[in-house]
Write a protein that binds this ligand. Structure first.
Ligand code: CU
Length: 412
């Protein structure tokens, strides 16, 4: 029930975002004056019998809400695989984690999410898929809820499909992200269609550092896209704070008093954003009497996202060495870190659930189930479990929810 609800809300929010973008402006890709086009092609990866394909938009700009779709299928038949748990990690080009979730679930082989990549460059989407096997929390899972290869092609046909308990597999996909850029198409005087494009050449717009923004006005119709002799009044605002404002536009005939002017339709300005956040860039553009396209005076707005500073989202590596501690990292291998810990008899071991998901530390193995030697019970995010073993030997343990998560304790 919960899972269905979250899927419905994400579809709803996606629809709302799509409506917001499409509803207000025509939002389209323009290649006529694009100086760099970085394309994404669908990525397909297979290991053994499992195939993952990732579909991302052809062109992705930094800070845009971007839909990513992943399909999981049986490599041989191509049929989707039902009931898969997912852990997703998105990293920026510096390797900093920008988004992570370990509680996603797909019922019928499709795993969708939206993410805004904060900067240009090659980001990484890392996906771990976990199958649902016959046991969970020590109880029998109804056969309908196993991971199946959906040869029947029907949601109601799970029972007739072959079970596919493939375990845990991790796949990494590179995603090409271009700098922030937005295009608005507006209707000018006499029905002229004008494209106004905002772009920056910086990989990331960072507070406190000079950033050059370019506004390009072009003709959406006709042979020569450039519009010449355009005056612009540009304001940069954050709430009521006005960060910068150019001089007033000129008259119909002439630019006055140092207004921004583009002889060939392109106006550039360099500014320093004082702090991180969203800024509104509003531009009043007007064609002059000598311009090749007479579009009158038009207003257009763009939202620019400014990051705190170039390293602010790099997660600090914790240098503190934890002794006799196992971090429960979740569904991605090695699941428990270290996955094989050696302690002396009578020494305390601490299990630290550093993941956001529920897990257990249960002695035994996924096939034969718990052997009753120890069991943490459900550990939620941030919980710890301490264990002392007095008998030397090798102890296997696993997570009773995510049965591909396994680890070993060696007691000397
Ligand atoms: Cu678990």
């Amino acid at each position: 029930m919960k899972k269905q609800l979250s899927i419905t809300t994400s579809i709803l929010s996606f629809a709302l975002v799509a409506f917001f973008i499409v509803g207000e402006y025509t939002y389209e890709e323009q290649t006529a004056f694009a100086n760099s086009t970085i394309e994404n092609t669908p990525g397909i990866q297979s290991t053994e019998n499992i195939t993952l394909d990732l579909v991302a938009p052809n062109t992705i700009h930094a800070m845009e809400n971007t839909p990513i779709q992943i399909n999981i299928s049986d490599s041989e038949s191509g049929a989707p695989i039902s009931h898969v748990d997912w852990a997703l990690v998105v990293k920026d080009p510096n390797g900093a984690i920008i988004w992570k979730t370990t509680t996603a679930h797909s019922h019928a082989g499709k795993m969708n999410f939206n993410v805004a990549f904060p900067m240009a460059g090659v980001s990484t989407v890392s996906l771990t898929a976990n199958s649902i096997g016959p046991k969970m929390m020590g109880m029998d899972v109804p056969s309908k809820a196993f991971s199946h290869t959906m040869l029947s092609g029907k949601l109601s046909g799970f029972e007739t499909d072959p079970a596919n308990n493939f375990g845990s597999r991790t796949f990494e996909f590179p995603i090409n992200v271009a700098p922030q850029k937005q295009i608005r198409t507006i209707t000018g005087a006499d029905g002229t269609q004008i494209n106004v494009e905002f772009e920056t050449t910086n990989d990331k717009i960072v507070a406190g550092l000079p950033t050059t923004l370019l506004l390009t006005t072009s003709n959406a119709e006709g042979e020569n896209p450039m519009i010449n002799h355009v005056d612009a009044l540009i304001k940069i605002r954050k709430g009521y704070y006005i960060g910068a404002q150019s001089a007033e536009r000129g008259s119909e005939m002439m630019p006055m008093n140092g207004a921004l002017h583009g002889h060939l339709g392109q106006v550039s300005f360099t500014t320093i954003f004082p702090s991180a956040g969203s800024y509104l860039i509003s531009a009043e553009l007007n064609s002059l009497g000598v311009s090749n396209v007479q579009f009158g005076m038009q207003k257009v707005r763009f939202i620019v996202q400014v990051a705190e500073n170039s390293d602010s989202n790099v997660i600090q590596v914790n240098e503190v060495t934890k002794t006799n501690t196992v971090d429960i990292i979740g569904m991605e291998a090695p699941f428990y870190s270290p996955s094989n810990i050696t302690v002396k008899a009578g020494e305390e071991i601490t299990f630290d659930n550093v993941d956001a998901n529920f897990h257990t530390v249960t002695s035994g193995d996924p096939e034969s189930g718990p052997d009753g030697k120890f069991d943490s019970g459900l550990l939620s995010a941030g919980d710890t479990y301490t264990l002392t073993i007095n008998e030397p030997g090798t102890y296997q343990y696993y997570c009773t929810i995510h049965t591909s998560m396994v680890g070993t304790i060696t007691v000397t």
